[in-house]
Design a protein around this ligand. Structure first.
Ligand code: DOR
Ligand code: ZN
Length: 357
């Protein structure tokens, strides 16, 4: 990484890093997809595309159609590569994993515990029902991406990630010791420690919003529906632990925005959807978090090197440049026939993507 410094201190005015990838992204479908894909295509070489559409992307054939729609939205000039995933259900056949591997277009399989989050109703009700499929994934080296929260009504929402580790993840990993697993969008010190202590085939993504905010940002001074996501923001001690993990240089942690756009109408309502829209300024938000921690020199490893290493891919071959510059985020962006409210709407971000090469 090269920093053109305007002072000898650790606060450069520019930052040039290998082009990042987003290892966890929601781009929706139809008109919404056309609106949001260009943001990621401008910043990232690749993105792991979440399959929680309605209906979910459960087969390789569906993923192929979805991938083409994303490529069309990125535009002919773009070299952006959408890396597709399959949505695991109780009845995903092991044969589908073979088909997925042979196709060369599927990079992973996503486990949503049924009822855990947006469009997870078709998710897994009992992981034991998936054991033959997981066996095949382990054998063929296809990673499992995990939404790590239990769903029982009697478990407090702030404890659901920790409970998932204790009740589900530990035994899953014991039963499939060679399976590659990404613990997605971790939000607790417990999850960070679990990943650190696990074998090299267990990694985690961390979102920019979980590095930048804690639950006060959602609940103090009035409820902020645009700061509601799942897993929900946690207390400050957990945010600090996530920052520590992200800047540690440990190659198990990498960038995954979990940018999850919902229309304004679906967020600002009595029962609002979970998700924050961050893709419009993904790398800028991460830069801010790393800058705040005095660790800009660790950003490239997290955003551009650790992910490809885990997935067995080369890092991107080009670079992007960021400039330290305060800019005001628009109040909204068009999103199909509604708008989406971006994170920091009407407020500022301290870094700006200025060149893509
Ligand atoms: O906040 C979230 N939004 N968390 C998820 O797990 C799903 C996502 C979505 O699809 O809206
Ligand atoms: Zn997600």
């Amino acid at each position: 990484m090269s920093n053109k410094q305007n002072s000898p201190s650790a606060s450069p005015s520019h930052l040039s890093i290998i082009r990042p990838d987003d290892w966890h992204l929601h781009v929706r479908d139809n008109e919404g997809l056309k609106a949001v894909v260009p943001f990621t295509a401008k910043q990232c070489g690749r993105a792991i595309i979440m399959p929680n559409l309605t209906p979910p992307v459960t087969t390789t054939d569906q993923a192929r159609v979805y991938q083409q729609a994303i490529l069309d939205a990125a535009g002919k000039q773009s070299s952006f590569q959408p890396l597709m995933t399959l949505y695991l259900t109780d009845s995903t056949p092991a044969q589908e994993i073979q088909t997925a591997m042979e196709s060369g277009i599927i990079s992973a399989v996503k486990l949503y515990p049924a009822g855990a989050t947006t469009n997870s109703d078709a998710g897994v009700t009992d992981i034991r029902k998936c054991y033959q499929t997981l066996e095949m994934m382990q054998k063929l080296g296809l990673p499992l991406l995990v939404h790590g929260e239990v769903t029982s009504h009697d478990i407090d929402i702030f404890d659901r990630e920790k409970q998932f580790i204790d009740q589900r993840l530990e035994s899953l990993i014991k039963d499939f010791p060679e399976l590659k697993v990404v613990f997605e969008h971790i939000t607790t010190a417990d999850a960070a420690n679990f990943v650190i202590e696990s074998s090299p085939n267990i990694a985690a993504t961390i979102t920019a919003h979980h590095l930048l905010m804690n639950r006060n940002d959602m609940l103090v001074g009035g409820i902020k529906p645009h700061h509601y996501c799942l897993p929900v923001l946690k207390r400050e001690t957990h945010r600090k632990a996530l920052v520590k993990a992200a800047i540690s240089g440990n190659n198990k942690f990498f960038m995954g925005t979990d940018s999850a756009p919902h229309s304004k109408h679906n967020k600002e309502t009595a029962c609002g959807c979970a998700g924050m829209f961050t893709a419009f300024a993904a790398i800028e938000l991460y830069a801010e978090a790393f800058d705040e921690a005095g660790a800009l020199d660790k950003l490239e490893q997290f955003s551009s090197l650790n992910g490809p290493l885990f997935y067995g891919l080369d890092a991107n071959s080009d670079k992007i440049t960021l400039r330290r510059e305060e800019w005001t985020v628009p109040d909204s962006y068009q999103f199909g026939d509604d708008v989406v409210i971006p994170l920091r709407a009407g407020q500022t971000i301290n870094w700006k993507l200025v060149s893509e090469s």
